[in-house]
Ligand binder design. Structure first.
Ligand code: UTP
Length: 448
């Protein structure tokens, strides 16, 4: 982009202050600034400013009016039917895996993409290893490729790809792994001015996991899915190595329900657990964030003493590909996060002690109300959800490793082997994808 074009674009959206220190910048810095400005979409900037001006949060209006959704628990014949339907889908090559790994992982404080974090209790294998090896094992089991779409951000894409290369794509065929980057959005002050965080440098942050839809379209990933004949898209987050990627029961249930957007839900550990909760509003559903729930809603009980809003969403979904394609062209709602953002004041960079600016994000679950049909499936948290969010305490590497080992211990117990407490344990998903496969291996504990 040329200077004159950049100036015109910025004037049109009231952001010409971004060029105020132009004459003092080096040639390289000028080019970098023009490249950043070229990514600014005046319409999006206007939406961000409008979101800042919106007075009362929309959330307040919907409080208390939702109902709990009907959540299926599959057992016996119903489970077998769902598994068979999912297996048919997998064998026909109609299933893709979709990972969001563009986040900043600020709570974990790890220097690198979160997916490269060493989580293997013995091997120190990265989070990506467990996802990749499950996809590989599942593809082999059903004799059909599960293409894997991995969303990164501009900030972590190169390091993510390097991690896959270093590990030989964890055994996967690189042709079946599709990296694509999400968008970045500029941060703004309260009065809607884009923030420079260094001379000639616009502060930008990833546009949230909802940025997925625009990025899938822009990158050609949606077309690639269509070309490969994908129908069901298994969505998951990078920080949960317990997730059963492309789980046949879930995929089968989704297909049998003719659902466009299916969610796995788990019983909340306590009434105030910080997880989103899908609720029914008339004929459609909407994800209600824990911050939007009233005390009464959190504690409401059914006549048999169970929590009425019993389930939360750990962000494990199956989407119909055509639904994603339909939604990808629509504008999504914006969510604001008030953060401490360094500011270049024309002379020096000031690091604020208090939040001073806004980041904007889109959330994938905001498309839930647009699904013509949605389905909800319960699962046991201890088997499938233990995210690495924080450096210490709850939802940390320590709790996650303990949960992985406890799950593998239960697999051994199912084969009649009791693993002593504290025994070092790690199972490569390609060796055994589940307890039944482990049993077939006829494994014994210890080095023999
Ligand atoms: P989180 O909300 O936990 O955010 O993301 P995070 O960035 O990983 O961690 P914090 O909040 O900074 O500590 C949940 C999932 O969504 C992805 C993350 O990579 C993770 O898999 N995500 C989040 C994106 O892909 N892009 C984003 O812009 C935000």
């Amino acid at each position: 982009m040329e200077y004159a074009k950049a100036e015109k674009l910025l004037k049109a959206c009231g952001q010409e202050h971004l060029l105020s220190g132009w004459s003092e910048l080096s040639k390289k810095a000028k080019d970098a600034l023009l490249a950043q400005i070229a990514t600014i979409d005046p319409e999006e900037i206007e939406r961000c400013r409008a979101a800042l001006c919106a007075s009362a949060p929309a959330a307040a209006a919907v409080k208390s009016s939702g109902a709990a959704p009907k959540v299926a628990t599959l057992k016996g014949v119903a489970l077998a039917k769902a598994v068979a339907a999912g297996e048919r889908e997998l064998k026909a090559g109609r299933v893709a895996a979709l990972l969001v790994a563009g986040g900043q992982g600020s709570r974990l404080g790890y220097d690198g993409p979160k997916g490269c974090y060493p989580i293997g209790p013995i091997s120190d294998a990265p989070l990506f290893h467990f996802h990749a090896r499950k996809i590989l094992a599942r593809s082999r089991r059903y004799g059909a490729t599960i293409p894997w779409y991995v969303m990164t951000s501009e900030a972590n894409n190169a390091e993510t790809v390097a991690c896959f290369e270093r590990h030989g794509y964890f055994g996967l065929d690189p042709k079946s792994v599709f990296f694509f980057t999400q968008g970045m959005w500029p941060g703004m002050t309260k009065d809607g001015k884009i923030i420079l965080d260094a001379p000639g440098h616009v502060f930008m942050s990833p546009d949230g996991h909802g940025g997925l839809l625009a990025a899938l379209k822009r990158s050609g990933a949606l077309d690639d899915m269509k070309r490969r004949g994908v129908r069901s898209v298994f969505f998951f987050q990078v920080d949960n190595p317990l997730v059963e990627v492309a789980d046949p029961a879930f995929i089968g249930y989704h297909v049998m329900q003719k659902s466009e957007y299916s969610l796995k839900l788990c019983a909340k550990r306590d009434p105030y657990e910080k997880v989103g909760m899908p609720m029914r509003f008339g004929k459609s559903f909407r994800m209600v964030e824990y911050t939007e729930m009233t005390d009464e809603q959190c504690n409401r009980r059914t006549s048999d003493g169970e929590l009425y809003f019993k389930y939360g969403s750990p962000a494990i979904h199956v989407f119909d590909r055509a639904f994603l394609a339909r939604e990808a062209s629509k504008a999504m709602p914006l969510h604001l996060a008030f953060k401490k953002i360094p500011v270049f004041d024309g002379k020096k960079v000031v690091k604020p002690a208090e939040p001073n600016g806004y980041k904007f994000e889109k959330f994938i679950f905001d498309i839930l109300p647009n699904a013509k049909r949605a389905a909800f499936l319960a699962f046991d948290q201890k088997d499938e959800f233990s995210p690495v969010k924080n450096a210490e305490g709850g939802d940390s590497p320590a709790t996650c490793k303990a949960d992985m080992q406890a799950k593998w211990s239960r697999w051994f117990a199912a084969s009649g082997i009791n693993v002593p407490q504290g025994f070092p344990l790690e199972i490569d998903p390609v060796y055994a994808l589940d307890a039944a496969e482990l049993a077939k291996r006829g494994i014994r504990l210890g080095a023999e």
